[in-house]
Design a binder for this molecule. Structure first.
Ligand code: C2E
Ligand code: CA
Ligand code: CA
Ligand code: CA
Length: 280
């Protein structure tokens, strides 16, 4: 038994070494990609399903490396968070997306909203983060009313008071605050009521639970009702099927995002999408 335990330890260590080595490689390649402009911003439409119009986009990062091939954002974002590269990655995404959306908006009757994902690590120094957001929005001339921050519940685990203060300051500045992946974290209800937030984004897993016969759709329905009673907006992510859209509309969740409408698109494809799907 002792010997077996020993072997397991060795295997375990080898696994860890392998993972760490991969992370080092990803970190090195990622650093290069950021320096050399190898990262792209994609845009996924957010839809008002009732009126059938696009109201905004969520910026999502894409990276295809010459050596590593396509690297999933889940992987490189977590490496970026561990290594501090998240700050320069964020700076790049913000500048790129804000100036792009501001450019699209110059020709639009109904300007698009831009949502950017913020990682919990960015709230380590909340006050300076607020200042940098304000600076970038003003440099890119994107009005705060058209800017939205997506945070997850994990952002609220550290530095709570300062984080709330920072969110409140952003909100007063005009920025919208959304809780991403809502329902998968630990927010208590009393808590939600006191937070400076505007919108709940129902996690994809609960939308996937909505089947054709609406079996197992209770959680999505509950979150919609919760948002309504707290006077928050609500959006569903990961909408893939027509019957999911119908269920959500019946329950008065007007805003949606998902492959049913569009995948995240590169700049030129989003421009084509706007021309073909949009009357404003
Ligand atoms: P997220 O913020 O929850 O983004 C939604 C993810 O769901 C995206 O994956 C999107 O491509 C995918 N998705 C959208 N519609 C559907 C659908 O109908 N079905 C399915 N199966 N998936 C759908 P993606 O682009 O791979 O991003 C994964 C995660 O990486 C994001 O999750 C976000 O947490 C993170 N991420 C991406 N870009 C950034 C960024 O600029 N900053 C930070 N901090 N995180 C980012
Ligand atoms: Ca998001
Ligand atoms: Ca999400
Ligand atoms: Ca997610």
């Amino acid at each position: 038994a002792k010997k077996q335990g020993g072997n397991q330890v060795i295997i375990y260590n080898e696994e860890i070494n392998k993972v760490n080595k991969e992370k080092l490689v990803i970190e090195a390649r990622l650093r290069k990609a950021i320096e050399q402009g190898g990262i792209d911003v994609y845009y996924q439409p957010k839809i008002n399903a009732r009126e059938n119009v696009i109201t905004g986009v969520e910026a999502l990062l894409r990276w295809t490396d010459k050596e590593l091939g396509f690297v999933s954002p889940e992987v490189f974002i977590s490496v970026a968070e561990e290594t501090g590269l998240i700050h320069s990655l964020w700076e790049f995404a913000m500048n790129q997306a804000c100036s792009q959306v501001r450019e699209w908006n110059t020709n639009r009757l109904h300007p698009l909203h831009l949502a950017v994902n913020f990682s919990a690590k960015q709230f380590l120094d909340p006050a300076s983060m607020v200042q940098r957001v304000k600076n970038i929005l003003s440099d890119c001339q994107l009005a705060p009313e058209y800017f939205e921050i997506e945070i997850t519940e994990s952002t609220l685990l550290y530095n709570l008071e300062e984080t709330i203060e920072a969110l409140r300051e952003m909100q007063e500045y005009g920025v919208t605050i959304s809780i991403d992946d809502f329902g998968t974290g630990y927010s208590s209800l009393t808590y939600l009521k006191t937070l400076p937030i505007d919108c709940l984004k129902i996690d994809r897993s609960f939308i996937q639970d909505i089947t054709e016969d609406y079996h197992q759709s209770e959680i999505a329905e509950t979150i919609i009702n919760l948002a309504r009673s707290l006077k928050l907006k609500v959006i569903a992510e990961g909408v893939e099927e027509e019957y999911q859209k119908e269920f959500l509309m019946k329950n008065e969740c007007d805003h949606m995002q998902g492959y049913l409408f569009s995948k995240p698109l590169c700049k030129t494809d989003l421009e084509t999408y706007l021309r073909q799907n949009d009357l404003t």
